[in-house]
Design a protein around this ligand. Structure first.
Ligand code: PSV
Ligand code: MN
Length: 429
């Protein structure tokens, strides 16, 4: 199912007058003059136009495994019209991108989504204006990985996992991706099960082998996670451990931060700041959580944390264009496409708010130890309703003023269900 531009134009026309009122009111009160220009924007653009250019340029990748219903170990409630193959997943991401113009990339997980005919898959993606973001290897489901993959005590299992990663790089090259993203479920469930130092050394040796196959213009991302599926130790458990590995690997290796992969109360924005400072932040998995790796809609629980993270990303602008930004969420009770639209919107809002922080005022407040003024400065930006700005950027880029309204108005899920049926199950977790 495709949504055609004239349909979007119809919806926009009906919403335009109300949007223009809100947008102009907001724009009149903005000091957007200090927003730095996007790399490809017109050098003559200033203020509001510069801000909107940056929003229009901003893209978040959609994971191929998040287009069907998620589940828990207690059950899974399927979604009708789920994509049955990679082609249909690409169509779904194409739908999102047509609506919001900010989801112009797809991230594949191998072997869940093997591009058998890479040229055809690339052409299909291209027809929606999509590129391929990070390629994710999967060394956690095969029965041989019960006791780990890259860390395994048996060299032949390590070898198998290494070869899998090399294969994923080859698929990525055929698709035009520039990045391998590695997340390891490796670890242990009980004290004594694992020799920590040997597990680290085995993992490092395996990663070194993979790293020698990373093409010159590629990145290797190493994602950390403190627990699950192992509950006593994880072999890449936190950002310090990820940084330790990647520092030993070389300049093409970077740390990936998944927002759900932290213990309660962890200051993620500080981690982001330090990784950016070291030039070692390579990727992001956005989601939200109340308790642990809940994989909820971005911005649904802790929008202030998301904003503070974007404050760090915006300040580290030298590095920002190179960071792979992706959603990594699960949809247990919502239509996945609606959920993804909400997530991208939340990211755009946080990004816009961060761009509007009065950084000069904040610097002065910090230098004079004016804690109150520092907090006020951040909250001035955070409490501003920037949704008309995000909508305006989307509108200028050819998208929908209100993507969800079009999605629902056009009964997209019903259309997908008619096309695909109600019994299909998308690959993924
Ligand atoms: C693991 O929890 C993770 O965050 C990794 O990024 C995986 O690739 C993804 O979720 C899907 O299992
Ligand atoms: Mn992740």
């Amino acid at each position: 199912m495709r949504i055609i531009p004239p349909t979007i134009a119809d919806y926009n026309e009906r919403a335009l007058a109300a949007h223009t009122r809100r947008f102009e009111f907001l724009a009149a009160g903005l000091d957007a003059a200090s927003v730095p220009l996007a790399a490809d924007s017109d050098p003559g653009a200033a203020g509001l136009d510069a801000l909107l250019d940056r929003l229009m340029a901003f893209q978040v990748a959609i994971p191929s495994w998040a287009l069907g219903a998620g589940g828990t170990r207690f059950g899974r409630f399927g979604q009708t019209g789920e994509p049955r193959n990679l082609e249909e997943k690409i169509e779904d991401v194409g739908l999102l991108h047509t609506l919001n113009r900010s989801s112009g990339a797809i991230s594949l997980h191998i072997p869940w989504d093997i591009p058998d005919d890479a040229a055809r898959i690339r052409t299909l993606a291209d027809s929606f204006g999509l590129v391929f973001d990070a390629m994710n290897s999967n060394t956690f489901q095969d029965p041989q990985y019960k006791y780990g993959s890259l860390q395994h005590v048996d060299k032949s299992v390590r070898k198998k996992a290494i070869e899998h990663n090399k294969e994923v790089i080859r698929y990525g090259q055929a698709l035009g991706s520039k990045c391998l993203s590695v997340w390891l479920a490796d670890g242990s469930n009980f004290p004594g099960q694992l020799n920590f130092r040997e597990a680290f050394q085995n993992t490092l040796e395996s990663l070194r082998d993979i790293y020698t196959n990373i093409p010159e213009d590629w990145k290797l991302l190493l994602e950390y996670k403190p627990f699950e599926p192992n509950f006593y130790s994880t072999t890449v458990a936190d950002w310090g451990q990820s940084l330790l590995y990647i520092s030993k690997l070389g300049p093409k290796a970077f740390t990936l931060v998944d927002l759900g992969h932290h213990l309660h109360g962890t200051n993620i924005e500080q981690i982001v700041a330090l990784l950016l400072m070291e030039g070692r932040l390579g990727g992001f998995h956005f989601n939200d959580s109340k308790y642990s790796d809940d994989d909820l809609t971005v911005g649904s629980i802790k929008p202030y944390q998301l904003f503070l993270i974007f404050c760090e990303l915006v300040q580290g602008t030298d590095h920002t264009p190179d960071i792979s930004l992706m959603i990594d969420a699960s949809h247990n009770v919502k239509d996945p496409l609606e959920d993804l639209l909400q997530s991208v919107e939340a990211i755009m809002i946080a990004y816009t708010q961060a761009l509007l922080v009065d950084w000069n005022r904040l610097r002065l407040a910090r230098e004079s130890n004016d804690v109150v003024a520092a907090q006020e400065t951040l909250q001035d930006a955070f409490r501003r309703d920037v949704r008309p700005l995000v909508a305006e950027a989307r509108y200028r880029a050819g998208g929908a003023l209100d993507p969800l309204a079009v999605y629902r108005g056009e009964s997209v899920r019903k259309g997908l269900t008619t096309e695909r049926g109600s019994g299909g199950r998308a690959t993924g977790l």
